[in-house]
Each structure stands twice: as C-alpha cells, then as structure tokens.
Design a protein around this ligand. Structure first.
Ligand SMILES: Nc1ncnc2c1ncn2[C@@H]1O[C@H](COP(=O)(O)OP(=O)(O)O)[C@@H](O)[C@H]1O
Ligand SMILES: [Mg+2]
Length: 238
C-alpha cells in the first residue's frame, strides 16, 4: 500500500505498515511468526492488528487464549472475505503501527489479495529442499502481484525451525544464496518454546526464543519495515 508521499520532509508518516506473512506451503510457521511478532510488538508498546484470512482460524484461536490473559490488546480481524481484505487492512493501518496478515497455505486464492494489500511480505521457509522450492514459488507470486499492482512490494525469506550448526542448514543457506532472494539475517530455531506458545496463547518465553523474536523485530526496524517507535510515543514526545 503506498505510503503517504505528501508527508512533510522529516516527519514520520503516522500511517502503520502492513506485513503479509505468506508461503504456499502449510506448516512452515506463518501463524507462529504472526503470534510471536504481534505478541511481542504489543508488549513493547506498538499498536498491533492481525488480519487472519486462513479459514482454519489458527491465529484467531491463539488470540482468544492470548486475550484471556489480560495482556496488551492485539486487534483481530477474522474471516475477512476476499473482497474486503484490502479495505480492512487499509483501515486498520490508519489506527495501528503494524498490521500483520496471517494467510493460508497452498491453493488459497485470497493470498494474492493479502500480498496486494501489503507493504512488505515475509516468506517463512523451513530448510528442506521442498520447502525452499515452495519459497521460490512464493517469491514468484509476490513479484507477479507487484507487477499487477504496478508498485514494488519488498519481500524477505525467513528461515524457521532451523537447527544451528547442521549441514542441512548450511546447504539451505547456500541454496538461498544461489536463488539470490533477499532473506532476513535472523533465523528462528526449532524450539519447544515456539511450539508451546502456539497452544498456550502466550508469547514465546525462554531466552533463546524471545531473544530471536527481539532480534527479528530489531532487524525489521533496521531495514525500515517497522517504525522504530510506536506512533503514540512519537506524538507524546513532540
Ligand atoms: N520455530 C519453531 N520451533 C518449533 N515449533 C515451531 C516453530 N515454528 C512453528 N512451529 C510449530 O510448527 C507447527 C506449524 O506452524 P504454524 O505456524 O501453524 O505453520 P503455518 O501457519 O505456516 O501452517 C505448529 O505446531 C507450530 O507451533
Ligand atoms: Mg497458519
């Protein structure tokens, strides 16, 4: 979605950003990444919304548990019909710092709408050869959507469930380098804390898991995808 180019130089556009988490393959960690990112961003003061367009409503189930715990609220839009995806994300971006879209895997046509509604796309992948092929397929979809929308849509591959120090990881990294697709430096390890948080409604606990999510957020700030401060904080400071 185009950022407001009419904003005066030096002023931050207070409109939020939209990140779609997409992969044609199921089970690579899209929902887990939406849970961890939304939970942690809310915890550190960002206004966050998640649009759940996966008919299985996995994120929405996690969100119900999350919301029972009296934590910082995360706005949820679920069961959004295809035709309303753009309108919904656009309007949520007016009122939130970050809007995440959790998508379904293979065959879901609404993914194209979710990509078309995004400023940025995160493509999670695991390390198997098949997963990497699927990630490349998703890159093709993002590029096609960008052409159709006649604008750039920046994307990054995010390696999930990695086993550090293994040959399979080294192989995946060299394969991704060969494909020349941009990837996030931060990788998420295969950790019980991520798995547990999916059904407990929690944000991943434990130094390793929460440290990786913090590093992921820092990197997203560094590459300019996420504002370095919530809009509310910025307004209070000025
Ligand atoms: N980094 C991780 N470490 C351990 N388990 C993970 C990790 N990422 C995802 N999982 C688990 O893998 C399963 C599939 O992840 P999920 O986020 O539902 O995938 P998707 O949304 O892409 O279908 C879930 O049980 C989730 O808890
Ligand atoms: Mg999912």
């Amino acid at each position: 979605m185009p950022q407001n180019s009419a904003a005066p130089a030096g002023a931050r556009d207070l409109r939020g950003i939209v990140i779609t988490v997409a992969s044609s393959k199921g089970g690579v960690g899209k929902t887990q990444i939406c849970q961890s990112l939304s939970g942690r961003l809310a915890e550190i003061g960002y206004k966050v919304a998640v649009v759940d367009i996966d008919p299985s409503l996995a994120f929405s189930s996690w969100h119900a548990l999350y919301s029972e715990q009296g934590r910082k609220p995360i706005t949820l839009a679920s069961s959004v019909p295809e035709r309303d995806i753009f309108k919904t994300t656009d309007s949520l971006a007016e009122r939130h710092d970050v809007v995440l879209l959790d998508t379904a895997g293979f065959g879901a046509s609404n993914v194209i709408f979710a990509i078309g509604s995004a400023d940025y796309v995160v493509i999670p992948t695991q390390t198997s050869a098949k997963d990497l092929v699927e990630a490349e397929d998703m890159v093709g979809k993002v590029r096609s959507s960008a052409r159709m929308a006649n604008r750039e849509i920046d994307y990054r591959i995010l390696l999930n469930r990695v086993k550090p120090g293994t040959r399979v990881l080294a192989h995946s990294l060299s394969e991704l380098e060969r494909q020349e697709h941009p990837r996030l430096r931060t990788m998420l390890s295969d950790l019980t804390a991520f798995c547990e948080s999916s059904f407990s409604g929690m944000v991943p606990r434990g130094d390793l898991a929460s440290g990786q999510i913090d590093r992921l957020i820092d990197e997203l700030i560094e590459i300019g995808w996420i504002p370095d401060r919530p809009a509310e904080e910025l307004a209070e400071a000025s």
